[in-house]
Design a protein around this ligand. Sequence first.
Ligand SMILES: C[S@@+](CC[C@H](N)C(=O)[O-])C[C@H]1O[C@@H](n2cnc3c(N)ncnc32)[C@H](O)[C@@H]1O
Length: 352
Amino acid sequence: MNKGDGPYSYAQNSSYQRGVVDAAKEMIGEAIADKLDIKHLSFASLNAFCIADFGCSVGPNTFIAVQNILEPVEFKYQTQGLNSRIPEFQVFFNDHVTNDFNTLFTSLTPYKRYFAAGIPGSFYNRLFPKASLHFVHSSNSLHWLSKVPKEVLDINSPAWNKGRIHYVGSAKEVLEAYSAQYAKDMESFLYARAQEVVDGGLMALLIASLPDGILHSQTTTGMLYELLGSCLMDMAKTGVVSEAKVDSFNLPIYYTSTKELEAIIERNGYFNIERMEKMDQPMMQATPNLQMCTLHTRAVMEGLIKEHFGSEIIDELFNRYTEKVAESSFVLNLENRKVIELFVLLKRKMTN
Ligand SMILES: C[S@@+](CC[C@H](N)C(=O)[O-])C[C@H]1O[C@@H](n2cnc3c(N)ncnc32)[C@H](O)[C@@H]1O
């Protein structure tokens, strides 16, 4: 799957996602002002302050995020009278090996104030040497699982997800399988970063999630996944795709809750939770419209669908989908848009 191709670049250029990265600016500034101890051993004699953005895609959001980190760090050195000690900055852009890093680096302004490098590979694995990162950032990426949980593809499992493409509206075993996969993936992410981040280093994570107590089936995104799945089933009935092919297609996406995420971070034990709160997103106030819903879903899903079903079905699928979304008063009701963006600030605990 090429997760760095057109669809992703559309999705991350959408005003919704830009809104998320912009809204984080203030919170990241506060995190650096209040929580980054630049006089600590790990920072005191630095040659380079190392920043990594995990799941960077192709820009421009990643460039904005880097600026949002770099400027307050410089400012902190200045205001603490450490002008002469301001380090150089090294920025690492991470995404899957299939990401379009050429587009990313071509868009990078030559006037940037940092050294840049691409780090291809899954962020669920180790990607950096021990204690080499000072600030980690990731936005809109950690709801992507490393894989579809194997139980939902197993015809003999109670979690077999027949006739659906996601856990929304499925048996509780399906949701449990997704939740277990998410916990495993987040543990891998936190364990890998715990090795790579220096003592006292910070991680700012912007994670799409659900408010505690809300089911995904009660949200607009949940309903959109249901509608997409039902279009595929309609196409199976008319013989355009086989039913078995639909049964074996599931979205590797999971929306956690505050409680669940907090428990995972605490179990991992390497980071203190400095802040965890719902972000104010100006874009969330906008009334969702038909075009926005269908374009966004197509942008995010097209690559996955093509890979599984081939490109021939795409136009028919999204024509059917647009019709169903147009008929759904639920989807176009702002009240039902309950997916939130969580801002999570973690600080690496001191090693003994
Ligand atoms: C929706 S985009 C977000 C891009 C950007 N961070 C933003 O906020 O606009 C999600 C990105 O996460 C990347 N991604 C998903 N899973 C990943 C993984 N396991 N390792 C590295 N990157 C991953 C995708 O390839 C994609 O580029």
